[in-house]
Design a protein. Structure first.
Length: 67
C-alpha cells in the first residue's frame, strides 16, 4: 500500500466517516484500504460480501426489460 494512496483516502473520507469523526484519519484510511485489499484478493474474505466483476456486456439492454 502506498503512502499516496493512503493520503488520498484519508483526505477523501466518506460523509458518514466524517460524521463519525476520527482521531487519526491516516490510520483509518490505512485500515479501510487494507480491508479493501483483502476483500479484493479474496471475494469470500467477508462472510456476507461477494465482489462482483461485471462488464457492460453483462448488463441488460433497457429495451429488453418489461414492466
Amino acid at each position: 500500500m502506498t503512502d499516496d494512496r493512503v493520503d488520498q483516502r484519508a483526505a477523501d473520507l466518506l460523509p458518514e466517516e466524517l460524521a463519525a469523526g476520527s482521531d487519526d484519519p491516516h490510520a483509518q484510511a490505512e485500515a479501510i484500504l487494507a480491508d479493501s485489499d483483502v476483500r479484493e484478493a479474496d471475494p469470500h474474505a467477508a462472510p456476507d460480501t461477494v465482489l462482483e466483476r461485471r462488464t457492460s456486456s453483462d448488463t441488460v439492454d433497457p429495451a429488453d426489460q418489461t414492466d
